[in-house]
Design a protein around this ligand. Structure first.
Ligand SMILES: [Zn+2]
Length: 151
């Protein structure tokens, strides 16, 4: 596995290019509901520290607790969990919506299907310690699509 030690990714997953500058995580075999997909390790930084990182790295950080983000370890391959794209109707996430470290299959995932999570589930916009790093227009086409996503 060419990915960082200290993180886990299911052997049923691989990274694929989905555009000239974009990648996604895809299932190479069928995944059962409840299977662990990724457990991401990294460095915990405060919002202020993350804002000082290069933009490219900021896009790979995810919110884990109010005011804190998980960042890929410096100088190593970035673990697969950091590359999971957003969907407003995701097939992966965590059990209680409170931690971005572990992604499990929320429903059966077909071979070849892209694995996605909802970037909004880990953030509480009412908490003033939460400040989103990313703002983008979602094109997931889910019925409940949130449109502009802040994560
Ligand atoms: Zn959407």
């Amino acid at each position: 596995m060419p990915f960082v030690s200290g993180s886990y990714q299911s052997p049923k997953l691989e990274l694929r290019a989905i555009g000239p500058r974009e990648v996604g995580v895809f299932a190479t075999r069928a995944v059962r509901k409840g299977e662990i997909l990724t457990i991401s390790g990294g460095v915990v930084l405060s919002y202020r520290e993350v804002k000082e990182l290069p933009r490219r790295l900021q896009r790979l950080c995810f919110h884990i607790e109010h005011g804190f983000y998980l960042v890929p370890p410096r100088g190593r391959k970035v673990a697969m969990g950091f590359y999971m794209n957003h969907s407003c109707a995701p097939n992966a996430g965590d059990l209680n919506g409170a931690s971005a470290l572990t992604a499990i299959a929320l429903r059966p995932i077909r071979k070849g299907e892209e694995v996605t999570c909802d970037y909004r589930t880990v953030a509480d916009p009412d908490d003033r310690r939460y400040r989103p790093l990313l703002k983008f227009r979602c094109r997931c086409e889910a019925k409940n699509c949130g449109g502009v996503i802040r994560a």
